[in-house]
Design a protein around this ligand. Structure first.
Ligand code: CTP
Length: 214
């Protein structure tokens, strides 16, 4: 790689956790933040791998794209790619739970109650952070609706991150967002409301800075 150019692993979008062949659990993530990060990173000359869940967005240009469906798929794709990258930006909204059992055929309706059993998914961010080699940079996101800074700071420590980007539920699908960033060992910094494109550039520059320091 040319000096100053990084290999970035970026994740985007939701995951889908199938209950049966036609029904799934998912979330509101649009994938726009991940795509803004990819555009900014490609623009700055970095080599980018995008691992994304199902999104209704055009294929981003200039990046290697790995499309996945479930949290387990995303975990496998990220774990395989991670050794060849300098930094991870985990913008995907990975499902925290998945059905304990996926039914092989469409479930028929009945008049009795139906309890869905869920099991936790692997925390991809925490695992890749734990397994990183010296110098690899890891940035995560936190979506919090209350006690936001305290919870996000705890998440940064628990997952051993270099930085965490705190946003609110309103950010999902939004065009413009305001976030707060905490770098490990630093203080909270507010990024005023702006486009996801602007935030993408800001975060890619932050990753470049963290990489130089690592
Ligand atoms: N994440 C992940 N794997 C999961 C769940 C989350 O890699 N199975 C990542 C997300 O991509 C994000 C960060 O962890 O970068 C924080 O996700 P968030 O949903 O805010 O937090 P959780 O750790 O899932 O905890 P909680 O939902 O209880 O706040």
């Amino acid at each position: 790689m040319p000096p100053g150019k990084l290999r970035l692993l970026i994740t985007a979008g939701p995951t889908r956790e199938y209950v049966d062949p036609v029904r799934y659990i998912s979330n509101e993530s649009s994938g726009k933040m991940g795509h803004a990060l990819v555009a900014a990173a490609v623009q700055r000359g970095h080599r980018v791998t995008l691992v994304q869940g199902p999104v209704a967005l055009p294929r981003p240009s200039g990046a290697r794209l790995i499309s996945v469906i479930s949290a387990a798929d995303m975990h496998a794709a990220c774990a395989a790619a991670w050794p060849w990258h300098d930094a991870l930006i985990m913008a995907a909204a990975v499902a925290d739970y998945t059905p304990a059992r996926r039914l092989p055929a469409k479930r028929k309706k009945s008049s009795s109650k139906y309890t869905l059993h869920l099991k936790p998914t692997v925390d991809i961010l925490a695992e890749l952070s734990r397994e990183r080699r010296p110098g690899q940079v890891v940035v995560g996101f936190a979506l919090e609706d209350h006690a936001a800074r305290r919870r996000a700071a705890a998440k940064l420590r628990r997952k051993g991150l270099d930085a965490i980007v705190l946003n609110r539920p309103e950010a999902l699908g939004a065009i413009r967002v305001g976030v707060e960033i905490l770098v490990q060992g630093g203080a909270w910094e507010c990024v005023p409301v702006g486009s996801k494109a602007q935030l993408g550039v800001r975060l890619v520059r932050l990753v470049e800075h963290l990489y130089r320091q690592s």
